[in-house]
Design a protein around this ligand. Sequence first.
Ligand code: NAD
Ligand code: DAU
Length: 360
Amino acid sequence: MQQDNHQIPRNLLITGGAGFIGSNFVYHWSKSYPKDRLVVLDALTYAGNRNTLVNLENNPQFKFVQGDICDRTLIDNLLESDNIDTVAHFAAESHVDRSILGPGAFVQTNVVGTFTLLEAFRQRWNQREQPQSHRFLHVSTDEVYGSLQADDPAFTETTPYTPNSPYSASKAGSDHLARAYFHTYGMPTIITNCSNNYGPFHFPEKLIPLTCINILLGKPLPVYGDGQNIRDWLYVEDHCRALDVVINRGTPGETYNVGGNNEVKNLDLVQQLCELMDELAPNLPVRPSKELITFVKDRAGHDRRYAIDASKIKRELGWSPQETVEGGLRRTVEWYLANQDWWQPLLSDEYKNYYDQVYA
Ligand code: NAD
Ligand code: DAU
């Protein structure tokens, strides 16, 4: 197994740190390595939320900068002023349904933004004579591998890329750039391709938070197509632990698949959430909440099944998921019940407009 390369202190630039996984990662890192300096760069798009990071506002090791990863001057300045040695790159347009409605923003942020970060980091890394300890972690998705049939083996790191949505195609483009910067320039990039995450601070548009929130509001629970599509669910804390070992012990130039080994059909997942809500929520507008399940028009180009083979990261870096899907879903439902103040304000006019376009 690889040795731990954690340098104390690291100076991290965390892009997209006000989003779902980025914010969970910021909390994970700040707790695990309190001496490290954390600079969060986030454009605060509809998906970014400053309130999510409120518990770090008074931490002297934490700094928040609102800005765009496509802004090269800003990135150059941050890399220098904060002496950044490690980039954890989460910032992205992340929702498949939005990429179908408007792919342009996905190409801009996911491809051009990643390119801008890579170029800025390359310049700084060269100026500092290419230190061995520097890392550029590019956080990506299993969706770049395309869709599996029911009995296909799970995605490995050598599965050919066949992205099917504008979202996954733009992520694939950014993965290729990150990979090329290692092969061409020797820059210490590492790529992770992870399966579906869930847990606290997940924006309401995604299946699990959408289902929890709609149950609480007594609204229909939209299930695309026949509800038999399969996703491989990973509790977000487990993902953060995986990214931690990849930064500290991963080999530059490598790709690591990260997955929960929890394949669940969408309809089964929604039914489990209904049962948990029926058990845990005191006053539901509709009970049993399964009555709210509504089959709706399928997503265009909807991938049938994702499954990750995470044996490489287990074998080489000693990571495996700790949370079960039953335990993780219970924790998630409890979190959405206890944190209505976090999600209520996100049901904005922008969100309602988006919702009407997708579900009308
Ligand atoms: P998210 O949509 O919740 O958060 C994205 C964050 O990036 C937001 O805070 C947003 O404001 C910020 N952002 C968007 N455009 C920006 C720009 N141009 N400049 C600066 N900041 C910008 O996304 P997430 O679910 O937390 O995903 C984070 C990363 O992990 C993404 O790269 C995504 O592709 C990848 N990923 C997500 C999952 C998942 O299940 N959610 C699984 C695997 C990989
Ligand atoms: O696999 C990793 C990916 O997981 C990440 O790269 C993406 O950023 C993330 O958004 C997620 O993509 P999905 O499209 O799989 O997640 P979503 O929550 O949107 O949908 C999960 C499944 O549920 C998918 O098969 C579509 C279906 N679905 C989704 C919504 C929003 C429904 O049936 N109804 C819905 O209303």
